[in-house]
Design a protein around this ligand. Structure first.
Ligand SMILES: Nc1nc2c(ncn2[C@@H]2O[C@H](COP(=O)(O)OP(=O)(O)OP(=O)(O)O)[C@@H](O)[C@H]2O)c(=O)[nH]1
Ligand SMILES: [K+]
Ligand SMILES: [Mg+2]
Length: 441
């Protein structure tokens, strides 16, 4: 792959669609547009032009825009063709571009990768953009918007700046250590700030779990004995027939999941095989899968259709939060609430469902509704932030006898922060990060 290639791709979604956007990036973008449209349109303004192949046959009329580098999405010369989103139309224009000298189809994430390499976005912003594209709930959108628009990067950069400043002050102190008239108090203010910085990073890190739940969804696993009504509950909440429901115990074997939107948060709800002693090999495997899902759950909904004095036996080994749900409330005339249950529901009548959702909602992160969501969203961030913290801690622990060792720890802390935004040492990460994107992004 040469970075001087000009790349092109369909950047809008699935076809057919009202409008399809084909994007180009690279030095031949301008000549490609000229070849297709017969002339060079004005910069950054939409021009309605006919798009023709090399034989002069019209392929479509469309809006054509050119964005000269470096002030473009990728930092290179870019162009956009907004054409009709019919499959054949798009195919014809893409085929015509492919015949042109120096042009080739883009790989997944290649536009964003070029934007990163040209300094238009840092890694945190790139990851935020990937999240923004797939965001389905309001909280996912807010988190990704904050990240992709540079809010989080700004925070990390400000921390890196404080580390650099501290190192500079230490260097100054080292250089002038022999001179009596340099006040030693310069460094003491620095250590005060490093103490504060460490605490700020730790506070930020305490949001890792919330960030992961917002981004990936709260994992809620429905478990219980066969025929408790687990699949029925999943279908009811999903409002469609996702799982097979029969009166035969042991119906569900594979773990199924649906994504729900609860108060703007993503909730991933899992239906599992009923738990019981069984000789059936397939059912045994289903039960193993149930236990695996439970191990990753943020919350377990433990269902039972009968009064169950020994709920805990079903979830042995799981020590996270549990909501005990008594099902099929329509089938008996016993008084509410059921003993030994937190909630009583019926998917027939809908009774108790709102209360159950309230309960689930209480396990969502408690985030300020109005403010920006500046939370770490990935292990990659958390690991590097924790490393930065550990280096600051180490610097603080050395004490003022070893200024040069302290400076080195602060340098390593800055490097760890730089790895989050991609300012240093991330070449090997790029393939992983950009492969998250689809083609055209
Ligand atoms: N009356 C009534 N029947 C229910 C209710 N919920 C589930 N059922 C019935 O209970 C039976 C078992 O329901 P499922 O949803 O398949 O139960 P399950 O827990 O998924 O069962 P397995 O997958 O076999 O472990 C079905 O016949 C459902 O129609 C309810 O709220 N009221
Ligand atoms: K069943
Ligand atoms: Mg089932």
């Amino acid at each position: 792959m040469r970075s001087t290639d000009t790349i092109f791709a369909l950047s809008s979604g699935g076809l057919p669609s009202g409008v399809a956007v084909i994007r180009l990036s690279g030095p031949a973008s301008g000549t490609a547009v000229e070849a297709l449209c017969g002339r060079q349109p004005p910069e950054r303004r939409a021009s309605l032009l006919s798009i023709r192949n090399r034989n002069g046959e019209k392929l479509d009329d469309g809006l054509v825009l050119v964005f000269p580098g470096p002030n473009s999405f990728s930092g290179e010369d870019c162009a956009e063709l907004q054409i009709h989103g019919g499959r054949a139309t798009v195919k014809a224009v893409l085929a015509e571009l492919a015949t042109m000298e120096g042009l080739r189809a883009a790989e997944a994430g290649e536009f964003s990768r070029r934007a990163f390499l040209n300094g238009r976005m840092d890694l945190v912003e790139v990851e935020g953009l990937a999240d923004l594209i797939v965001a389905e709930t309001e909280m996912q959108r807010r988190l990704a918007a904050e990240q992709s628009s540079g809010g989080l990067s700004k925070l990390y950069d400000s921390w890196a700046k404080r580390l650099t400043h501290a190192r500079a002050m230490i260097e100054a102190e080292l250089d002038f250590a022999d001179e009596d008239d340099v006040p030693g108090s310069v460094a003491s203010a620095i250590w005060q700030d490093m103490q504060t910085l460490k605490q700020e990073i730790l506070n930020h890190l305490s949001g890792v779990r919330a960030g992961e739940i917002v981004r990936d969804g709260l994992k809620v696993v429905i478990v219980g004995p066969p025929n408790a009504g687990k699949s029925s509950l999943l279908n009811h909440l999903a409002r469609r027939d996702v799982a097979i429901v029969t009166e035969i115990p042991g119906t569900t074997r594979d773990v199924l999941h649906v994504d729900l939107d609860l108060d703007g948060f993503a909730v991933r709800l899992y239906d599992t095989a009923g738990l019981r002693e069984t000789d059936d090999l397939v059912e045994q495997e289903g039960i193993r899968r149930t236990q695996r899902s439970m191990a990753e759950a943020h919350l377990v909904l433990l269902l039972s259709a009968v009064d169950n004095p020994d709920w805990a036996a079903f979830i042995e080994g799981y020590d996270g939060p549990v909501v005990r749900v008594r099902t099929k409330a329509d089938m008996r005339d016993t008084a509410w609430p059921a003993p030994n249950a937190d909630v009583m529901i019926s998917v027939r009548t809908g009774d108790g469902i709102a209360e159950l959702l309230d309960r689930v909602g209480s396990y969502l992160p408690d985030l300020d509704q109005g403010s920006a969501l500046a939370l770490p969203t990935r292990h990659r961030h958390a690991d590097n932030l924790a490393a930065a913290c550990a280096h600051i801690e180490a610097a603080l622990a050395v004490g003022d006898r070893g200024l040069d060792i302290q400076a080195e720890h602060l340098r390593l802390a800055g490097q760890a922060l730089g790895r989050v935004t991609g300012r240093v040492d991330v070449e090997n990460l790029l393939d992983v990060i950009f492969s998250e994107f689809c083609i055209g992004k």
